[in-house]
Design a protein around this ligand. Sequence first.
Ligand code: 13P
Length: 252
Amino acid sequence: MADIRPLVAGNWKMNGLRSAVAELDKMAATLKENPSKGADVMICPPFTLLMGVAKTFADSGMQLGAQDCHVNVSGAHTGDISPEMIADTGATAVIVGHSERREDHAEKDKLVAQKALAAWRAGLTAIICIGETEGQKRLDLTLKVVERQIKNSLPEGATAENTVIAYEPVWAIGSGLVPTVQDIKDVHGAIRKQLAGILGGEGEKMRILYGGSVKPSNAKELMSVDNVDGALVGGASLKAEDFLGIIDAYRS
Ligand code: 13P
């Protein structure tokens, strides 16, 4: 198995006023003092906070990401943000195809692939999210759905450097529910096989994160599953204590 440096990324979603920067400062201060040797650490706050926190992040070794991007560089797209604008803040990554965007904004695989390409154009790492709904799981369609999402949302040219895959079962997001260790192992194993089939060595090295109700109490177990190369964390990334507790899974 390839030697992969894990990534623990926090997705703040539509949370975080300026007052929440105190939590980011706490995370940054702790990580500056006691760096996370075993994993890269990233937070994806809302667009409104990106500029303001970039310097703190750079000083602490934490990486900064955004949660979505438009496919174009600039132009008449009211309310949208381009990958180039995101890169201009100092951020180095962007989440694309999160299930909440697929659901709230009817984003399809094809658009997700275009967004990933746009992210690369701006020099950003694309964190491409995939995952089945509760109904699909009930019908035993998980592997089929995930395979289709990868086939259609992963553009040609993906490398272990420019792309991270995040497997987030939709029913596990914010619900406190998590798949069994065996299910995670099976899905991540199937994703690895597919990535290696499409991309060869790059697919062997590409990070596959697990996301959905990751907490300090379950992080160690989840992060030790084969082919789980880190986590995409929602709710538990909002508080420094919880997020640092998850990162601790990689300290020992
Ligand atoms: P929770 O960790 O709150 O379940 O959210 C996961 C998620 O959607 C991260 O992108």
